[in-house]
Design a protein around this ligand. Structure first.
Ligand SMILES: Nc1ncnc2c1ncn2[C@@H]1O[C@H](COP(=O)(O)OP(=O)(O)OP(=O)(O)O)[C@@H](O)[C@H]1O
Ligand SMILES: [Mg+2]
Length: 491
């Protein structure tokens, strides 16, 4: 694609050098630049692309985008006010604006994004619509299910995934838009048809600094700016009325709002909710009609997720009966209160909850379906938000009968010092616990402790199949571990 065509939609810029060169690829990592590449200098958490201009040009870059006063010799220089926004808009152009050819729902919020995206995909599939998914568990682009390193990848990968969906005849997509992605403008320029908000609690504060910054990042998806200069039309906003952040989002979102609630009068409302061990039953009121739903995902929060997905389906114009059968067809989402059953006399659940709020929610949910004792196992990641460690200790101390405190991706930190911070909160809450820093051994201990009617919740890793120790990544799968111990016990 010609450089001048790529630059067409990016707004304010100053170009020096030839703009009729062919650009063969876009890179924001100088090590990935080859002949004919465009190098976009963005400042990341660890390094600043502006330092690598010379390296990129010697690798063959024909154009360099900067937002600082950096010298560029031997390639076209494009000065922009914000190179992250430019990167996203250039990616949209380079891949032919795939979001214009898809009906696309962007899902944001602290918890529930992955679940809502899979529920939405199931709804589409009941209506014989092929929907792609981009999110934490992976990228489903039609011809392949890819593993990703980020919930929402950087703009060039993100737009490439969308264009791959279009190429494979996919017409709809449900994508998770993390707060990182919003802050880093990864989805900027994408023309969403629907935007969904699940809830907002403290999470990722190591990255965003303050709760206010975090809120601001989340607001972006709902305020028009995020959709870029070319964005036409206002997407429908599906908003959680039960969350304190509703008002601010509703104001940003404008007119096309669908409010959902499990407690108040709303456009989409769940009534007569009955929770039981394997899921829930409730009725949804929508446009003056009532629909009965039996959901196989346990917990009230999944009723809320189902309402959000109902809103997505309705905004996509899908028939309500298909929406209901799509919700009912989902038997579980990997690592989201996933049941491990080897015929033992107690329950074992694997859950991805790794924030105080999510852990509290999931513990309350499991409590409701447990006759005996509730045993919880978790750890906290190293090199990440430290504030949540003692809070999670407090939560588990208060809500579980017994906790096994262990490790969860300690990274460069000393596992026992992370555990000591969790223990502080545990002690404050007066919880019963033991410390077993080796996660494998810890799972064995938790399972050995369980008696008939008890529940063991193995929290934090969910679908992940690795553990990060120092700079090593080893294979580790909570489900495999739990199955191994259960099978041994039953022999
Ligand atoms: N609506 C909700 N409200 C509160 N907690 C929830 C909600 N939905 C799910 N959870 C809890 O949070 C965990 C993560 O759910 P899910 O993976 O769907 O969310 P996510 O937003 O994609 O999270 P992440 O940002 O970590 O990828 C679940 O396992 C569950 O314990
Ligand atoms: Mg997710």
């Amino acid at each position: 694609m010609k450089l001048k065509d790529l630059l067409h939609d990016i707004g304010t810029k100053t170009v020096s050098g030839p703009d009729d060169v062919d650009v063969t690829h876009i890179a924001y990592d100088s090590r990935k630049v080859g002949p004919g590449g465009m190098f976009v200098c963005v400042s990341g958490l660890h390094s600043d692309g502006h330092k690598f201009v010379r390296e990129a040009i010697s690798s063959g870059a024909v154009a360099v985008v900067v937002d600082r006063s950096v010298q560029v010799e031997g390639a076209a220089r494009i000065q922009v006010p914000d190179s992250r926004k430019a990167l996203a808009l250039i990616a949209c152009s380079f891949y032919g604006h795939p979001s214009r050819r898809l009906k696309i729902a962007g899902i944001t919020g602290t918890n529930g994004k992955t679940t809502v995206s899979y529920l939405a995909q199931s709804i589409c599939s009941q209506a014989a619509i092929r929907a792609g998914v981009i999110g934490t568990i992976g990228y489903d682009v039609g011809d392949a299910k890819l593993k990703g390193s980020h919930t929402t990848p950087e703009a060039p990968e993100f737009q490439q995934l969308l264009s791959r969906m279009v190429a494979h005849g996919i017409t709809h997509a449900a994508v998770e838009v993390s707060s990182h992605a919003l802050a880093l403008r990864r989805s900027y320029g994408t023309e969403f048809d629907v935007v969904v908000f699940t809830n907002l609690t403290r999470d990722h504060l190591d990255f965003h600094g303050t709760f206010e910054e975090y809120k601001k990042a989340k607001l972006r998806l709902f305020a028009g700016a995020e959709r870029g200069a070319a964005g036409n039309g206002q997407p429908t906003a599906i908003l959680n009325l039960d969350d304190p952040f509703f008002g601010a989002l509703a104001e940003a979102a404008g007119e096309r709002i669908v409010a959902y609630s499990v407690s108040k009068d709303a456009d989409l409302m769940a009534r007569d909710v009955e929770l039981f061990s394997g899921g829930s039953a409730f009725s949804v009121t929508w446009k003056g009609r009532e629909w009965g739903i039996r959901l196989s995902l346990p917990g009230l929060f999944n009723v809320m997720n189902a309402l959000a997905a109902f809103g997505v389906g309705a905004s996509f114009g899908i028939d309500e009966r298909k929406i209901v059968s799509g919700l009912e067809a989902v038997k579980g989402v990997k690592g989201r209160l996933e049941v491990v059953d080897r015929g033992q006399a107690f329950s074992v659940f694997i859950d991805y909850a790794h924030t105080p709020d999510a852990l509290g929610n999931v513990l309350r949910t499991v409590r409701e379906i447990t006759k005996g004792s509730l045993i919880c196992l978790f750890g906290c990641g190293g090199d990440r938000d430290r504030g949540k460690r003692s809070e999670m200790g407090r939560v588990s101390g208060a809500l579980a009968d017994f906790t096994v405190i262990t490790s969860d991706n300690p990274r460069s930190e000393e596992p026992l010092s992370i555990i000591a911070e969790i223990e502080e909160g545990m002690l404050e809450a007066g919880g019963h616990y033991e410390i077993v820093s080796d996660r494998r051994e810890a799972i064995g201990r938790a399972i050995a402790r369980a008696r008939e009617g008890d529940s063991v919740l193995i929290a934090g890793k969910g679908h992940e199949d690795y553990q990060i120790l120092g700079d090593r990544v080893i294979h580790f799968d909570d489900r495999e571990m739990a199955e191994e111990f259960l099978d041994k016990q039953l022999q």
